[in-house]
Structure formats: C-alpha cells, structure tokens
Design a protein around this ligand. Structure first.
Ligand SMILES: Cc1cc2nc3c(=O)[nH]c(=O)nc-3n(C[C@H](O)[C@H](O)[C@H](O)COP(=O)(O)O)c2cc1C
Length: 339
C-alpha cells in the first residue's frame, strides 16, 4: 500500500474522500486489460481500480466483480459503455454487487441512466469531452467528471488534456470532483493538475506493463518498444465516411485500415455498395482487434491501443512500484516549490 506525506495529502484529499482510497489516482478502465487482477492490484496499492465491462454480458460482469472482490477488500469501480444494448441490466448487476462507483463512458449518458445508478445508491462518474457537456452532466446528476484529452490511448476526442484542463477545471472544480486523464506519466504532471483544481487523475497506458496485468507479453513488449510518436490516432481519409479516432501503436493493421477505407469508398463510388454498407465495412474492420492484440498477442493485425505517454513505459513493474514512483515524483515537485 502506497502512502503519501502531509505535503501531497491536502491536494489529494477531496479525490481520496470521493473514491474511498489513499491515493486520488484512478486506473482508467481498459477493455480486455482491466480485469480482476489489474483492478485489484491498483486498489490494493492505494489507487482506485476500475473494471472494464466492454461488451461483457451481465452474467460475465457479475462473475468479474465477484472475482475482483476475492482479490481485494478495497473499493473499485466498474466502467460501462453507454451504447451497450443491456446497459440497464449491467447497472443492476453493479448495484446488486454493491459496486460503489460506476463510470459511464462511450457517449453522453442519459439522465435516466444516471438516476438509475444514484437511486441504487452508487456514485456516477461521467466523461466530459467539453465544458458545456460537463455542465449538462452535472445538471443530470453526475457525482464526478473525468476529462480525458486526446493524448490518451483508445477512443479519443479532438482536444488535448492541457486545453481541456484549462477550459473545464476553473469552471467546474468547485461543483464536483474532476479527474484529469490522458498523457499522464509522472508525478510532477499529477501535482500540476491537482494545483489547478483537479480532485485526482486517471491513468491507463502506464498500468499496461504492470506485472499484475494479464495482457499478452507481445502487447507489453510493443508498449516497451514504442515511442510517443508511434501512438497515433486512426485516420479518416474521406469526409463522407466517418472514422472514430482511436489512438494506437502503428502496425500492419493501421496500413490495412487505410486500404480498407480506400476499397470501401471505391465500391461506393462505383455503385457496388450503398453508403451504409460501405460505412459498415469500414467500421467492422477493427471489430475484435483489441482482443486480438491484448489476449492473442497479435500485435501486427490487432489494435495496440496506447496513449502517447507509452514513450515513458520502459519495463514491466509491479503496480505498487509504479504508484510509489509517481508519488515520489509528486512529493519531490512539492518539496521544490518550498525551497
Ligand atoms: C488499451 C486501452 C483500452 C482502453 N479501453 C477503454 C474502455 O474500454 N473504456 C474507457 O472508458 N476507456 C478506455 N481506455 C481509456 C483509459 O480508461 C484511460 O482513460 C486512458 O488510458 C488515460 O490516458 P493514458 O492512456 O494517457 O493514461 C482505454 C485505454 C487503453 C490504453
């Protein structure tokens, strides 16, 4: 269990009180990666682990929550994707299993979903991709917000973490706890966001190469090899066919995706495919790709989702060591301010 000094404590207190932890550091949910082992390790080290539900069924989610409880007695959360067709049933599983915090991701959550969670006694954390949406989610009942910049791994928006933080923290930090995510890999950066009013931070990429993480060794090696510039968003080549940007390490799959877009668009232009069918061909290209990379270790054709901070990942280390180092850097930064 990582401990913090009286220097860092006041800055983290609000986030710690909200999460029920020693550190105001959330382990961002990562589909296929954030399962019971990593989540429990983060919570046991003093952070706040978050299970990634992804496309799990309610039964699978229940088993994963119960499995996590066998590994930690400390608080952890569950991340649900709002587009999941069984969202209400998944919320009910979390409530029945007494999960204290539910993170709603992948789109703007509806007011009824937020209400369902709160009526069931859990806290709701929502992603705020813009100030106006953050305000709307607070009006709809969100207990806390995560603001995630485009430096992050996985599905991203267009705005950087530094800009989101400057836009949102001064306006909303006194309304609800706000956690900053995207591109965080050192304690100095954590301190700077806390000083700007953040209640805490959320990190994903930095935990992938933890010893407790069950990701395939090829996936971890790809992280250790990669530089910041290797983690790039998927590109849309035609304004008529939308591509939701996903930041991942460039590989053969990235190149094939460009070819797939060109093929599908050519088929549409020649009348062979309807617009909807061409769009579906493009969207289906990455179906199952994260699983192929994380679970099967196919890092050439799968999706090696990673944030730009992957450049700071140099070796496999226990979660406790990763968090201890972040806290050491944060404490050092604060000490320097006093000198
Ligand atoms: C491999 C991978 C998978 C992810 N999957 C999800 C997900 O399923 N749901 C979600 O809300 N965020 C997901 N994220 C984002 C993380 O929860 C977290 O917010 C992000 O990694 C923080 O930025 P960082 O990578 O720069 O630390 C994923 C990130 C990565 C790297």
């Amino acid at each position: 269990m990582v401990t913090i000094s009286s220097r860092l404590k006041p800055l983290m207190q609000r986030g710690c009180d909200f999460l029920g932890t020693k550190l105001a550091v959330m382990g961002g949910a990562m589909s296929w990666v954030s399962e019971r082992n990593l989540v429990a390790a983060i919570s046991n080290a003093g952070g706040f682990g978050v299970l990634a539900c992804g496309s799990m069924t309610p039964d699978l989610l229940r088993a994963e929550i119960q499995g996590t409880k066998t590994l930690t007695r400390l608080p952890f959360g569950v991340n649900l994707i709002t587009m999941h067709p069984m969202l209400d049933a998944l919320i009910d599983v979390c409530l029945e299993e007494k999960v204290g915090h539910i993170v709603l991701a992948g789109g703007v959550p509806s007011a009824p979903s937020i209400k369902r969670i709160k009526d069931g006694g859990a806290k709701v954390i929502c992603f705020a991709p813009a100030l106006s949406l953050g305000k709307r989610m607070i009006r709809n009942g969100a207990d806390a917000l995560v603001i995630e910049g485009m430096e992050a791994g996985g599905h991203i928006g267009p705005i950087s973490t530094t800009v989101l933080a400057q836009e949102i923290l001064p306006e909303l930090h006194d309304k609800v706890p706000v956690f900053v995510a995207g591109g965080i890999g050192r304690g100095e950066a954590i301190v700077s966001y806390l000083e700007m009013g953040a209640a805490g931070v959320q990190l994903g990429t930095l935990f992938v190469c933890s010893s407790e993480c069950i990701a395939h060794e090829n996936f971890k090696k790809a992280f250790i090899r990669a530089a910041a510039r290797d983690a790039v968003p998927t590109q849309q080549i035609d304004p008529r066919f939308a591509v939701i940007p996903v930041r991942a390490v460039v590989n053969e799959g990235t190149k094939h995706f460009m070819e797939k877009q060109r093929e599908a668009i050519a088929k549409f232009d020649s009348g062979e495919l309807t617009k909807e069918a061409a769009q579906l061909e493009i969207e289906h290209f990455w179906a199952g790709a994260l699983r192929r990379a994380v679970v099967d270790g196919d890092i050439e054709n799968g999706s090696v989702m990673a944030g730009q901070i992957v450049g700071l990942v140099k070796e496999e280390q226990p979660v406790d060591t990763i968090l201890t180092e972040l806290v050491r850097q944060a404490e050092q930064a604060l000490l320097h301010r006093e000198l």
